[in-house]
Write a protein that binds this ligand. Structure first.
Ligand SMILES: NC(=O)c1ccc[n+]([C@@H]2O[C@H](COP(=O)([O-])OP(=O)(O)OC[C@H]3O[C@@H](n4cnc5c(N)ncnc54)[C@H](OP(=O)(O)O)[C@@H]3O)[C@@H](O)[C@H]2O)c1
Length: 293
């Protein structure tokens, strides 16, 4: 599958919109697309660092006018929906249906196709988004991503301050390097029409890891002995509320540790889409050690 290319439209260079472009995954996707023969447009609420060859649209995914202007002249969209509710996505889906670009949606491996209600609100949003996009006839390519290695950046302040990372535990899962998901996303965005496989593509890393495993790998990369200290969910909830985080966000963040089941699923889908096996979290930690010291 690697090496294919979105066809030129009416002789002009194809144009790709990346949502969530300032985030951990989005930045990697933009960096890769810049090296390909496409025009890149980014959408996020924050100012995007100006980069040659990258156009930026600043605004909210829930604002139909912003979405409409971001979609003008676009052939393919990498769609992320980082919100905790799918209801505000209806306007966005209507804009997508009107503009009819190729859609690649970043979803979650935690979706269980056999149940009506998903384990927690974050997974439910992704299941709802897949359904909304399909119901609108958009036939998205769905990339179901496992936990991104880049989530570990949330521990950087604690690692810099000491040898213990404290937080709620979460079920073990096949943590995937966001660079692999970005490579897969670029492949899916640029597939020729007849090569397009809608998936869902289940993008996992090569090992099932706990948070303690990840913290230990970070320690090994830094030449230090780091420990993960499990904070009970109730205590984590009250600390987050005391920090002033909105209640619905806190409940969603706590529901994942409490309710999401362990996953033992490792797939070859990263390799199928990118042509090479996924990287390990150990390697991610080595490559990003400077961010933790
Ligand atoms: N992290 C994971 O483990 C994981 C696993 C499976 C799936 N996913 C999905 O993958 C996507 C990327 O994850 P990530 O970890 O890279 O996220 P991230 O680092 O938190 O980045 C989120 C991006 O979305 C933008 N954004 C947030 N709210 C927005 C809004 N209302 N309107 C416009 N842009 C908005 C943010 O930019 P601004 O704040 O500047 O707007 C940022 O660019 C998310 O949709 C997530 O649901 C993540």
């Amino acid at each position: 599958m690697p090496g294919t290319i979105l066809p030129a439209v009416d002789g002009r260079t194809p144009s790709v919109l990346v949502t969530g472009a300032t985030g951990n995954l989005g930045r990697e996707v933009v960096d890769r697309l810049r090296t390909r023969d496409v025009r890149v447009r980014c959408l996020s609420r924050d100012q995007i660092d100006p980069r040659p060859g990258v156009e930026s649209v600043r605004g909210d995914l829930t604002d139909p006018a912003v979405v409409r202007s971001a979609l003008a002249g676009v052939d393919a969209v990498l769609l992320m929906w980082p919100l905790l509710d799918s209801a505000p996505a209806r306007d966005l889906v209507a804009e997508l249906a009107a503009a009819a670009p190729r859609v690649v949606y970043v979803s979650s491996t935690a979706i269980d196709d056999e149940v009506a209600r998903q384990s927690d609100p974050i997974v439910q949003v992704h299941a709802d988004m897949e359904a909304l996009l399909n119901d609108a006839g958009l036939r998205p390519v769905v990339l179901r991503s496992d936990t991104l290695a880049s989530n570990a950046r949330g521990w950087a302040a604690q690692v810099k301050a000491g040898d213990v990372v404290a937080g709620p535990d979460i079920a073990r899962t096949a943590v995937v390097d966001e660079r692999d998901v970005a490579d897969a996303a670029v492949a899916a965005l640029l597939w020729d029409d007849d090569q397009r496989e809608h998936g869902p593509h289940v993008l996992t890393g090569p090992e099932i890891l706990s948070r303690a495993d990840q913290v230990a790998s970070l320690g090994a990369a830094l030449g230090r002995s780091l420990l993960f200290d499990v904070v009970p969910a109730d205590l984590a909830r009250s600390r987050m509320l005391a920090d002033g985080r909105p209640e619905h966000l806190v409940e969603a963040l706590i529901a994942a540790p409490v309710r999401r089941p362990e996953s033992n699923r490792i797939t070859d889908h990263v390799e199928r889409l990118t042509g090479r096996p996924p990287g390990t979290f150990r390697q991610w930690a080595v490559d990003h050690a400077a961010e933790f010291s």
